[in-house]
Design a protein around this ligand. Structure first.
Ligand code: N01
Length: 529
């Protein structure tokens, strides 16, 4: 019998394990489905996989000593380096002895009589625990579209989020990529370097900002370390958890020349800070249209082929309504002779067959199809766990219409189950380590409060969860996020999934203060016994 089970060995699971085991001295164990540490960075090992948060902020801030011991090599951390960083943290904190790898959880039942969770592993083992904390990431259930005839294809089929661990060679191959989200935008230039031909199947044109990745000099690395306290303070007060201050200047008709200059400076600098060049880009139609036009003009200056250009700037949504990507040579890649672009809105795929696919009656021969088609985001990974709460209530039933929960942290009828970066929390709209640290600290404090007060059980109240869903919806209405017909934020990419904006878009800073007030009021909105 354990005090706490943690599921997932990525950023959130490792910190949660350390907090409960080493700060509260609980008897804990962490189960991880993968064979190694890394979470999302274990699975998404495709060529070009790199975080688009800058490395000095894409790491833990809870321990300054740990921060000072590690040095990143590039402006944005690559997939392998992030996995190495997490292994370094696990070693430093002696976490490995409390982790089981290759341990997939297939079912979780809450036992009403004993107030324990019964956890079933695929390998047949069963564990009991008082608390369960899911640390399974928001983007952990890959989505593979159903395309007529896909099963007949004799070549290799790959998904970016389930990338094989052996090296994949594209040399001399005819490759197709479906999807032009962040993953597609990263892998396309890498495949194009080697492949004989690359055909990109684009359903929706995507905005992308240059990353301008570069090696970090020793001086910059030292500067980040010297500025740790400042970086931390700015990040936790930033809407998205990034280490810079938002502009308080808005785009107005009267200052367009100045705006263009400022946008240009931000574009040349590269990175997600571009979104924060002005205060109203994500809130005001006019401001957003200025930025959208600016980006279109930048792409026009890169792309040589007029028909490719027309398709690449065929935007059907405002900038930022879908997650904007950062890229290294994405648009430039389309100037290569071996790269073709198919706009699926104009020419949908008829079918896939053994040697390629048919599009408007024309055959495209292929050796490999890469799907960069995203995820059943945020709720998909939780539903995959087959969770049953009080009185045998299934999470899948509770969430049939909406992912009801309070603060993204707990679901009513599922006592003692905490969901790190669950639906209704800022999660994917922030630099994840900041959102994760905030959640882990809150959960740890909450469990400590229960233990100090000899309580055994905490459960979100239905009426507070209902109100929170309204808050999440109200915040989204203020933004551009609802001004697209489809996005994974809205659940529209998955057939049968309830539609509605899933994360909390009011900002990490505002959300943190709401959560702190709830804790300070002895957990108002939760039933404690
Ligand atoms: O997935 P996506 P992703 N036929 O859902 C298309 C994070 N991330 O893996 O837009 C053809 O964004 C779909 O088209 P449409 C980041 O938060 C971060 O790229 O739905 N195409 C879209 O183009 C990101 O947002 C990093 O019309 C189909 C694409 O597939 C999130 O993960 C790197 C299709 C899916 O894009 C998800 O990114 C990578 C079909 N049937 C990921 N179905 C970094 O930090 C879907 N599509 C850098």
């Amino acid at each position: 019998m354990l005090d706490a089970i943690i599921i997932g060995a990525g950023f959130s699971g490792l910190y949660q394990l350390h907090s409960l085991r080493d700060k509260l001295s609980l008897n804990c164990h962490l189960f991880e489905m993968g064979e190694e540490i890394g979470g999302t960075w274990y699975w998404n090992s495709y060529p070009g996989a790199r975080c688009d948060t800058e490395s000095q902020a894409y790491c833990y801030y809870f321990n300054k000593e740990l921060y000072n011991k590690w040095s990143w090599t590039e402006r944005y951390p690559g997939q392998v380096e992030i996995k190495n960083y997490l292994s370094f943290v696990a070693q430093e904190l002696d976490l490995l002895k409390s982790i089981s790898f290759s341990s997939k959880i297939i079912r979780m039942d809450y036992l009403d009589n004993s107030n324990n969770w019964k956890i079933f592993l695929e390998n047949g083992k069963i564990f009991l625990s008082r608390f369960v904390i899911t640390a399974i990431g928001c983007l952990s259930k890959p989505y593979l579209p159903k395309i007529n005839g896909l099963e007949k294809f004799k070549g290799q089929i790959l998904h970016t989020a389930e990338w094989p661990k052996n090296k994949i060679n594209f040399k001399g191959l005819n490759v197709a990529v479906f999807g032009t989200g962040s993953s597609g935008i990263q892998i396309i230039p890498e495949i194009a370097k080697e492949a004989k031909s690359l055909t990109v199947f684009q359903r929706t044109a995507n905005y992308s900002i240059p990353a301008k990745n570069q090696n970090l000099s020793n001086d910059i690395k030292q500067e980040h370390k010297n500025n740790f306290d400042k970086l931390k303070n700015i990040s936790i007060n930033n809407r998205h958890g990034h280490p810079w201050k938002h502009s308080n200047i808005s785009i107005q008709k009267s200052n367009l020349n100045d705006c263009y200059q400022a946008l240009n400076t931000a574009w040349e600098k590269g990175g997600l800070g571009f979104r924060d060049t002005f205060s109203n880009i994500n809130y005001d139609n006019f401001a957003n249209s200025v930025v959208s036009k600016f980006i279109k003009e930048k792409i026009e200056n890169i792309i040589k082929d007029p028909s490719k250009l027309e398709n690449l700037i065929d935007f059907d949504h405002p900038f930022g309504a879908k997650r904007p990507a950062l890229d290294t040579n994405y648009f430039l890649t389309f100037n290569q002779n071996n790269v073709k672009l198919i706009n699926l809105k104009q020419t949908p795929v008829d079918e896939i067959n053994s040697s390629g696919l048919l599009i408007s009656g024309k055959k495209i021969f292929l050796d490999m199809i890469v799907f960069a088609t995203g995820f059943d985001a945020i709720t998909g990974s939780l539903l995959k766990l087959n969770i049953k709460g009080k009185n045998g209530i299934k999470l899948s039933n509770q969430w049939q219409n909406k992912p009801k929960n309070y603060l993204g942290l707990q679901v009513p009828d599922f006592p003692n189950l905490f969901t790190i970066t669950g639906p209704g929390s800022p999660s994917v709209l922030t630099n994840m380590p900041r959102a994760i640290e905030q959640h882990v600290d809150w959960i740890t404090k909450c469990i400590s409060y229960l233990l100090e007060n000899s309580n055994n059980k905490i459960e979100a109240r239905h009426e507070f969860a209902d109100k929170w869903l309204n808050t999440v919806e109200d915040e989204a209405k203020k933004t551009m996020f609802l001004k697209t017909k489809s996005s994974w934020y809205l659940g529209t990419n998955i057939e049968g999934k309830p539609k509605g904006f899933i994360p909390y878009s009011g900002g990490l800073d505002k959300y943190t203060s709401i959560c702190n007030n709830v804790a300070d009021s002895n957990y108002k909105g939760f039933l404690i016994s």
